[in-house]
Ligand binder design. Structure first.
Ligand SMILES: C[S@@+](CC[C@H](N)C(=O)[O-])C[C@H]1O[C@@H](n2cnc3c(N)ncnc32)[C@H](O)[C@@H]1O
Length: 378
């Protein structure tokens, strides 16, 4: 299966090269970035020679030195080698200072290196060169995220939860390209639900350690059609991750449906509970970086279900809610569903990040504290 995925990524690179030749840099770069991120995953899994061949193909296809340097920087960026990425793109810029996408890579590499003024200067340059692209405005959110939520991203935290809990059964709602599902460990049977991405040929990542079953359905259809106990061949799940449709009422429905199959110590993680700015939390998507209004679920659960243990980890890019002490027999949320929507859909997203931290029950991003607070480790 990994060989198939690598072949698929190779095709994606070839498509990006074709877009590049046609001059459609936006489509080309989107494809390259998505493939590079996945290739780094396979590189870490031990497929170094195969991935190296693909890196070389991309570099050798470049028609000029500035592009070779840029792509070298992009590869290093996705590998987490931020200094080397910043140096490579700096060299690309010295050869071709008029290319806006050079500065986007520079801004991201400098952000990762905590050189925020350098990153701001790069975004200013993008604003001069490509004022209609919206990249500079998006970049300011990325910068704010880095300042407000330094440290590990949510994938690293998900990985930790897998290591701590070693879940026998893991269920994920909303797969994207499959990167979060791939974190399931060898002791885990994973279930993935996604109406658009719930097919292996749509995903870029395999689950390298344990078996996974995909359901190409909306979460509502999945829970309407299946009894999760039968799907899991077990009465309860141990770890769940809600990252599907980014609307409050859907996240709430996903939570209600999952909790019916939980035991007290199961943990439900909810992505996007701490938006970096009110605009990224709008219900109608108007930004590239979008969390929707999932954040409402935290104050909602705090009020309606004081029996739950809840906190949000301030992890980039948009916070990770953690809920445990679950009660499969509770009907409080479903009984009050209409009232809950009425109350919480009218709640405004607080303007300041500090207010959002309070409303979203943000605690410190401290491993031991989280383990202790939630008593997820005996
Ligand atoms: C942000 S992506 C998930 C990213 C992924 N969990 C990760 O971290 O790598 C959101 C996914 O939710 C899926 N989605 C949208 N509506 C859904 C629904 N009603 N039920 C389940 N998944 C849904 C989309 O197809 C998309 O793949």
């Amino acid at each position: 299966m990994i060989k198939d995925m690598l072949a698929k990524l190779e095709n994606q690179l070839l498509r990006s090269m074709a877009f590049q030749v046609e001059g459609d840099y936006s489509a080309a770069l989107n494809g390259y970035e998505q493939a590079f991120e996945a290739l780094c995953f396979y590189e870490k899994l031990g497929y170094k020679p195969e991935v190296e061949t693909l890196w070389r193909r991309v570099l050798e296809a470049q028609p000029e030195p500035a592009l070779v340097l840029f792509f070298h920087g992009l590869i290093q960026y996705h590998r987490g080698q931020y200094l080397s990425a910043a140096e490579a793109v700096h060299a690309a810029i010295s050869l071709k200072p008029e290319v806006a996408f050079h500065y986007f890579l520079q801004a991201r590499a400098l952000t990762a290196l905590a050189d925020y003024s350098g990153a701001c200067a790069a975004y200013d340059r993008i604003q001069e060169l490509a004022p209609d692209s919206g990249v500079a405005q998006e970049g300011l959110h990325v910068l704010a995220v880095e300042k407000e939520m330094p440290g590990d991203d949510y994938y690293a935290w998900l990985q930790r939860f897998h290591e701590w809990l070693k879940p026998a059964r893991y269920i994920e709602i909303g797969l994207g390209h499959g990167r979060s599902l791939a974190l399931a460990g060898p002791e885990t049977t994973a279930i993935g639900v996604d109406p658009y991405q719930g097919f292996w040929d749509k995903l870029d990542y395999v689950c390298p350690h344990g078996p996974a079953t995909l359901f190409p359905l909306t979460s509502d259809d999945f829970f309407g059609k299946y009894d999760l106990r039968e799907v899991m061949a077990q009465d309860t799940f141990d770890l769940g991750f809600i990252d599907g449709l980014h609307l409050f009422e859907q996240a709430l429905k996903d939570f209600i449906n999952l909790e019916r199959y939980a035991q007290k110590d199961s943990v439900i993680l909810i992505h996007d509970c701490l938006p970096i700015a009110p605009i990224v939390a709008e219900r109608d998507r108007c930004t590239g970086f979008w969390t929707g209004d999932v954040w409402r679920i935290i104050p909602c659960l705090k009020t309606f279900r004081p029996d739950l243990k809840i906190m949000t980890i301030p992890t980039k890019p948009s916070g990770l809610g953690v809920v445990t002490n679950l009660d499969a027999a509770s009907t409080v949320l479903s009984d009050n569903y209409d009232d809950i929507l009425r109350y919480y859909l009218s709640l405004r997203c607080p303007e300041s990040f500090d207010q959002r931290r309070m409303v979203c029950s943000v605690g410190p991003a401290d491993e031991n504290l989280i383990k202790g607070l939630l008593k997820i480790i005996p």
